[in-house]
Design a protein around this ligand. Structure first.
Ligand code: F0G
Length: 460
């Protein structure tokens, strides 16, 4: 019982003051935000776990890099530094900066997809699904069965179901599958890792049918840390070797660099070998993001990103990082609170369906718990369940997600053990009054990515 907290492998040099609103003020804020966490102001949140994306604390080396950033429109030295780092770590010939992950999707996907085409993934993240659909194509998730049982502790719950993948390819026709996407770690399944063996198998299937294999690489370093811990063939490899090996199996990668590269803004697109794809990517980057040597970023962002790419690989840092999740998960185990287990890499995904068995998926248990966490302790989180999944693009009916999670996404190098204890205490308090918590209904929603903007109301 009880997991030891791994001390921060850093000292704090700059601080940001946070404040707690009173219970009444929080209730007002929720009402004003129409029970949508994205409408709360950052300053209204005591502990902000909405996302681990772009919320990281940069190091002194990165801040020094910000001052060195070269702002040349074309050919800035920061761009060359970033490209060299990308080539070194991933082993790809072509590295294109873009302003964030969805920009990489916007540049790449319409080249590969369109009306009548499909993208198959171990799980599409919401923006990834949106860009597949915006191209006119359809997104199919193909996650291993184990992922949908939060209490089942297996090492690689993020994996692609490769048997099902091959069946889907044959069912829809290989010529209609524009891309296979491997999301590492598998964010929506709970930050769950994908094994090197699974990437290799998926790559072999893609090769057999001539389908392009893309890695959605937002959390590549956390994934590599799990692989090193859990996969026999990798236990003596460095994090960098694991990453290079894993990426060698894919053809391209899209990356939100706002996660494992520990910066506040940025994205990357990689192509392994010289193909016509380069040229098309360059054209679309110039149209949508800016010239290829800055891709929607400032020179200072490119510089911080180049440094962060290496900092994110540090094993001491990764041990502490994953250790934070394990510590919180340990406290939840002691309290009998269910979450996607074993805990993933960038957050703890609480099983809201288990906490609120009386709230059906169409009344959004994950969102209900997010609201309660704010009410209880000023903690902002988000739903990763049916509320986020949204409606079927063809029938417009509410889809039922495989799970109903509330995600406590932990920003990198930001919160301490005391903050994590507050998260655990809040969840324990909510569990005690869980039976009285009500579901929610949507009173207004936009057609795509509705969870960012929808209005909600409690069901009385
Ligand atoms: N792919 C994955 C797996 C992601 O988790 C995200 C973003 C993206 C793509 C899109 O990247 O935000 O830089 O445009 N995930 C964030 C999250 C927003 O909260 O999980 P982006």
């Amino acid at each position: 019982m009880g997991v030891k907290y791994i001390p921060e492998p850093f000292r704090i040099k700059m601080v940001e003051t946070i404040k707690v609103l009173s219970r009444e003020e929080r209730e007002e804020a929720l009402k004003r935000a129409k029970y949508n966490m994205f409408y709360l102001a950052g300053e209204e949140c005591y502990i902000d776990l909405l996302t681990d994306s772009g919320t990281n604390a940069m190091s002194q080396e990165q801040w020094a890099g910000v001052m060195r950033g070269d702002e040349a429109y074309a050919g800035s030295s920061s761009y060359y530094k970033l490209v060299d780092a990308g080539k070194d770590i991933f082993g790809y010939e072509y590295i294109q900066p873009v302003h964030q992950g969805r920009a990489a999707e916007k540049v790449l996907f319409p080249i590969l997809l369109g009306e009548g085409k499909y993208s198959i993934s171990n799980m599409h993240f919401d923006t990834t699904r949106a860009h597949v659909e915006l191209s006119g194509a359809r997104a199919i998730d193909c996650t291993v069965e184990e992922a949908s049982d939060p209490s089942l502790r297996v090492p690689f719950k993020g994996n692609m179901d490769t048997e099902k993948l091959e069946k889907l390819i044959l069912q829809y026709g290989p010529e209609n599958i524009g891309v296979v996407v491997m999301t590492i770690t598998n964010n929506s399944a709970g930050g769950q890792p994908v094994s090197l063996a699974n990437v290799r198998e998926t790559a072999a299937i893609c090769k057999k049918y001539g389908i392009l294999f893309n890695i959605d690489a937002a959390r590549y370093a956390e994934n590599a840390f799990f692989v090193k811990q859990r996969e026999e063939e990798c236990k003596n490899m460095s994090i960098k070797e694991i990453i290079k090996t894993m990426f060698s199996y894919a053809d391209t990668f899209t990356m939100s660099a706002k996660k494992d590269t520990i910066v506040n803004m940025g994205g990357l697109l990689g192509v392994k070998e010289d193909t016509e794809l380069f040229q098309k990517i360059k054209g679309r980057t110039i149209s949508f993001e800016g010239f290829i040597s800055y891709g929607g970023l400032s020179g200072r962002d490119l510089e911080a990103l180049a440094i962060g790419l290496y900092e994110g690989l540090d094993e001491n840092y990764l041990r502490y990082r994953i250790g934070q999740m394990e510590y919180l998960a340990g406290r939840l185990d002691d309290a009998g609170i269910a979450y996607q287990a074993p805990v993933g890499g960038h957050g703890v995904f609480i099983d809201a369906k288990a906490m609120f068995p009386h709230i059906p998926y169409y009344e959004f248990p994950g969102q209900a718990l997010a609201i309660e966490l704010y009410r209880e302790a000023g903690i902002r989180t988000c739903d990763i369940g049916s509320y986020m999944l949204g409606n079927d693009p063809d029938t417009k009916k509410q889809l039922k997600a495989d799970f109903e999670f509330t995600r406590l996404a932990i920003p990198r190098r930001v919160y301490t053990q005391a903050h994590i204890d507050i998260m655990a205490d809040a969840l324990i308090a909510i569990k005690e009054r869980a039976a009285s918590v009500k579901g929610y209904k949507i009173t207004w929603e936009p057609p795509i990515l509705r969870h960012f903007q929808a209005y909600l109301e409690s069901i009385e």
